[in-house]
Design a protein around this ligand. Structure first.
Ligand SMILES: Cc1ncc(COP(=O)(O)O)c(C=O)c1O
Length: 480
């Protein structure tokens, strides 16, 4: 049963048996593609011919693969996504009516913002708890969520991100239990983009569905052997699935889904059902061993689950995400990442002011971990003394939503000098990384606090996401 890979098997059969393809895509099975590697991939790039089903019609191989996917994740219903976790997040938002009040974490991925524009919901933001040591937003707490729900009895949906980009999970079990205790019809939607591997080993963080979430998105390509853009969406309520989720998903999903992506999800699901626990166990052992070793390197430290106690609501850590603090050596995160790339040919996932984030996978072997550890040790030895400069982390001021993201998106906007923007409504997102929390989203007031924060940001060595003018000399505002 677990070995079954309906989409992948049907695809291979088609490739084996078909001599002449007189159908889309236009590359005709790779004939029109010059590059050998791409030509091979193009063999698998087909369309909805007999035997290969139709992603939008829940029958045949597509239905069989969908049911197997749901079984693997313990979901009542699941859907394949071929445009990343983003499209699942858009779908969850589009399952809600315009004007509905929803709780949204302030540090959410930008697909949340797109989802809000598409659906027209009214966001209320859950504040993020920021680590002064790492500079990043680490979690949201059940305490803040319940306070918001008590203050706003009309809220019907909560959106959460767990784990976050750094691998830190919030206390979903506690949040879901406390939300249920309120005895109000509130649904919990979770962006678990980075946690698609969690259900396959009991020592990994608690999967969102098991914690009690109503709908969950996994960005499978992020942590499983799945081609980029492969993701899935799970729903625990049949009625909600057929009434609200399926129509929204259908509206947003291409009529020409990539068969290589679908087949890679099918194969990865089978692999995880058969060998996931074994693969994850091996990776966990390596993580424990090498995290211990990295923490003995003078000047460097790697985030461990024990440290999460410092941030309310942060409870579990993905062992395969290594957040390495460079605060005790004379390199910034950017410098460390550049040296790793240029001198050691090691590319990390991300860097911040005082840290780099490395993503390990089930498929990295002991020699890969060793290579990374040795490079870190070498670098720490070459750049010993701490700079003694701690990055100042100024709290991001509270947002004041004036118009919904959707209204802001469709409003006329103009560019003004930063010095002229006080009291106006922003038409742009301005999100400094770190801490990864926007100080402005379109439709929000540029209050005195926000204005001062923008002046402060101009002088900080942070990467700014969103604004057209990244020097912040000018800013786009909504025209009255
Ligand atoms: C937390 C989180 N959610 C959602 C997404 C969107 O995922 P995708 O790129 O698969 O659309 C990302 C992307 O990095 C992410 O980090």
């Amino acid at each position: 049963m677990h070995r079954r890979t309906p989409i992948y098997t049907a695809l291979c059969k088609y490739v084996r048996e078909m001599g002449l393809r007189l159908h889309m895509p236009g590359h005709a099975g790779g004939k029109g593609i010059g590059d050998m590697a791409l030509q091979q991939l193009a063999q698998l790039d087909v369309t909805e011919v007999p035997g290969l089903g139709d992603l939008h019609i829940l029958e045949g191989i597509m239905e069989e693969a969908r049911v197997l996917l749901a079984q693997a994740y313990g979901a009542e219903q699941s859907l394949f996504l071929v445009n990343g976790a983003s499209s699942g997040i858009h779908t969850m938002f589009m399952s809600l009516p315009p004007g509905q009040r929803v709780l949204v974490p302030r540090n959410a991925h930008r697909s949340f913002y797109a989802g809000m524009i598409l659906s027209g919901v009214e966001p209320l933001y859950i504040p993020g708890r920021i680590s002064t040591e790492y500079g990043w937003c680490m979690s949201v707490s059940s305490h803040d969520i319940i306070n918001l729900l008590n203050a706003h009895p009309d809220v019907r949906s909560i959106f959460l991100t767990s784990p976050n980009y750094l691998g830190v999970s919030c206390d979903l079990k506690e949040i879901c239990a406390r939300v249920r205790d309120l005895n109000r019809p509130i649904s919990v939607f979770v962006d678990e983009a980075h946690g698609g591997h969690f259900p396959f080993h009991p020592a990994y963080p608690t999967p969102a569905l098991r914690a009690g979430a109503d709908a969950v998105v996994n960005g499978l390509h992020k942590t499983l052997p799945v081609l980029n853009q492969g993701a899935c969406l799970h729903v625990q309520d049949e009625d909600y699935f057929y009434r609200r989720i399926l129509p929204a998903w259908s509206l947003l999903t291409t009529s020409s889904p990539s068969y290589p992506i679908l087949a890679s999800i099918d194969l990865a699901r089978s692999l995880m059902m058969l060998e996931g626990e074994y693969l994850l166990e091996k990776a966990l052992d390596l993580s424990r061993f090498y995290k211990g070793k990295i923490n003995t390197i003078k000047g460097l430290s790697v985030l461990t689950e024990e440290q999460l106690i410092n941030w309310p609501g942060a409870v579990e850590l993905d062992p395969l995400k290594l957040l390495i603090n460079t605060g005790g050596i004379s390199l910034s995160g950017l410098q460390m990442a550049s040296i790793l790339r240029d001198k050691y040919s090691i590319q990390v996932e991300m860097y911040g002011a005082n840290q780099v984030l490395a993503m390990m996978s089930m498929f990295h072997q002991a020699q890969d971990w060793e290579l990374f550890y040795r490079a870190l040790k070498d670098i720490a030895w070459q750049y010993p003394a701490a700079k003694g400069v701690r990055q100042e982390i100024k709290p991001v001021p509270e947002p004041q939503v004036v118009v919904t993201p959707r209204e802001a998106y469709f409003s006329k906007n103009i560019e003004v000098r930063l010095s002229d923007c006080l009291g106006k409504i922003s038409a742009e997102m301005i999100a400094p990384y770190p801490p990864g929390i926007p100080c402005l989203l379109p439709g929000e007031l540029i209050s005195q606090d926000i204005y001062e924060y923008l002046l402060y940001l101009k002088k900080q060595p942070v990467s700014l996401h969103g604004p057209e003018d990244r020097s912040l000399r000018k800013i786009r505002i909504i025209e009255k």
